[in-house]
Ligand binder design. Structure first.
Ligand code: SAM
Ligand code: SF4
Length: 341
């Protein structure tokens, strides 16, 4: 039986930064491990994973989330690495669903293990699933992921639908000279299956540090290709200003496309997100080069109030934007799988 301890943090003010952005969204990485090796995220060889004892336990994550929820965090996204390689991640979902104040729990996965886990996640109370799918071709999948697996991903998507997940979103990273020919088939697939599809621009967070600006296939170019195939895309009403995607509906009313353009059209002005890495470091931005060590508080004699003060300090230090396009931009040392996308 899971017991929910009372929140003893008395600092219940919302998490507002110097630019007036209210933080309601927390991304929690549950592991830095993964069962594939996407080139835009992880190195192929000699990946340096954190030893198991450095990774937060479910109880430590739950305590962090309880304190953050007391300060206005409402939405949690579990990510990684690949969250489904962490044993019993459905048990964590069940723990977090009960945290007072948490209204929405989502999970981002590469889909490979979904066939086995979709039902358990649904039963545990997971609200939403994002599944990464950059291509429908096994050949291209292997070029990207450097492992086999497209059929398992497609089976995983089907299993998620059968388990009763609604509003499943597909995420596709778009890369120049590689995935242009996947744009229209992916959109077609999403439309046929009633799934929402989002294209994400390639960000400089790859483990091998080979990113170059010319590899970014921009949202504008993707839109153009889609319009050539499907006719004009109709901008959808922006319900939540802090959502990273700009959404469009197909003119025939069948389906929706989102474009996430962090490189060519940064949306930092509306960012409401905080991050907790698998080993318990708070980050106020994907691109931040500073971290706050929550694990030391969680494992030592740190009180909930000290934890709250640390969360507030990290929000207070948040910059106006990531500055990828500026000359002063410094790439974070960590790659995507070590942060939690
Ligand atoms: N393993 C899970 C997955 O792939 O869905 C969750 C973690 S992954 C880091 C989260 C998302 O970040 C995925 O949709 C992935 O495609 C995306 N991603 C990874 N590296 C990226 C990069 N350099 N630029 C843009 N998106 C990236
Ligand atoms: Fe693994 Fe996701 Fe990174 Fe791909 S993007 S290597 S699936 S963590």
């Amino acid at each position: 039986m899971i017991t929910v301890a009372p929140i003893v943090n008395r600092d219940l003010r919302p998490l507002v930064d110097r630019f007036g952005r209210v933080h309601t969204n927390l991304r929690v990485s549950v592991t830095d491990r993964c069962n594939i090796r996407c080139f835009y995220c992880m190195p192929l060889e000699n990946v340096q994973f954190k030893p198991r004892h450095e990774i937060l336990s479910f109880e430590e994550i739950e305590r962090f989330v309880r304190v953050a929820a007391g300060m206005g965090i409402r939405k949690i996204r579990l990510t990684g690495g690949e969250p489904l390689v962490r044993q019993d991640v459905d048990r964590l979902v069940a723990q977090l669903v009960r945290v007072p104040g948490i209204e929405d729990i989502a999970l981002t996965t590469n889909g490979i293990l979904l066939t086995q886990q979709a039902e358990g996640l649904k039963r545990a109370g997971l609200h939403r699933l994002n599944i990464s799918l950059d291509t429908l071709s096994e050949e291209r999948f292997q070029q990207i992921a450097r492992r086999e697996g497209i059929q398992r991903v497609l089976d995983g998507i089907a299993a998620a639908r059968e388990a009763g997940f609604e509003r499943i979103r597909l995420n596709a990273v778009a890369i120049r000279d590689l995935t242009e020919d996947d744009i229209v088939p992916l959109a077609d697939f999403a439309r046929r299956h009633g799934l929402e599809l989002r294209f994400i621009e390639f960000m400089p967070l790859d483990g091998e540090q080979h990113w170059a600006g010319r590899q970014v296939l921009s949202g504008a170019e993707i839109r153009q290709r889609l319009e050539e195939a499907f006719g004009p895309l109709v901008p959808a009403a922006r319900v939540n200003p802090s959502q990273p995607a700009v959404d469009f509906d197909f003119a025939d009313g069948r389906g929706r496309i989102g474009l996430i353009n962090p490189v060519t059209e940064p949306f930092c002005g509306d960012c409401d997100r905080l991050r907790l890495t698998a080993e318990g470091q708070i980050r106020n931005c994907l691109f931040s080069i500073e971290e706050w060590d929550a694990r030391t508080l969680l494992r030592g004699k740190g009180t909930d109030e000290q934890l709250a003060a640390m969360i507030r300090e990290s929000v207070g230090a948040k910059k106006a934007g990531h500055g990828i396009d500026s000359d002063e931009f410094v790439r974070p040392q960590r790659a995507m799988y070590q942060i939690g996308g």
